[in-house]
Write a protein that binds this ligand. Structure first.
Ligand code: RB5
Length: 148
């Protein structure tokens, strides 16, 4: 699985920790950032979201201070279902029910151990389909009509 990852300055430490733990063995495209110099999280969110929406990468992981800004920005890109998760159960259900294709994490919210568990579960949980696919189709239809 090819994974796009990106963070702002508040997520760079957690990004590096995940690259050394849960993401070992995966093919990862790292969209930065690589220092703690202040940046604007939408710039990174859109780069990762477009890599996923275009099919270049199968999944994305975005990290800022809370994960909230990254999720808001990524969800503006057509075809993106970004879920901000701070616990393992939500991460699992974001895949099973919502087919989330981007996981957002808060570098100031979750520690590296919990984040690694969240990422591992999120990468491995399949989408359940069925009635959930019907619900996602309604969201997709709204997305299409909103962008006319
Ligand atoms: C800093 O820009 C901070 O707002 C960011 O890291 C993130 O927490 C946004 O949601």
């Amino acid at each position: 699985m090819t994974i796009a990852i990106g963070s702002d300055h508040n997520g760079v430490a957690l990004k590096e920790a995940l690259l050394q733990s849960a993401l070992q063995g995966h093919t990862v495209r790292d969209f930065g950032v690589f220092t703690t110099e202040s940046v604007d999280y939408p710039d990174i969110a859109f780069a990762v979201a477009h890599a996923v929406a275009s099919g270049e990468c199968e999944r994305g992981i975005l990290i800022c201070g809370t994960g909230i800004g990254m999720a808001i920005a990524a969800n503006k890109v057509r075809g993106i279902r970004a879920a901000n998760c701070s616990d393992v159960y939500s991460a699992k259900m974001s895949r099973r029910d919502n087919d989330a294709n981007i996981l957002c994490l808060g570098g100031r919210v979750v520690g590296p151990g919990l984040a690694a568990e969240i990422v591992t579960v999120w990468l491995n949980e399949p989408f359940a389909g069925g009635r959930h696919a019907r619900r996602l189709a309604k969201i997709h239809a709204q997305e299409e009509s909103a962008q006319l």
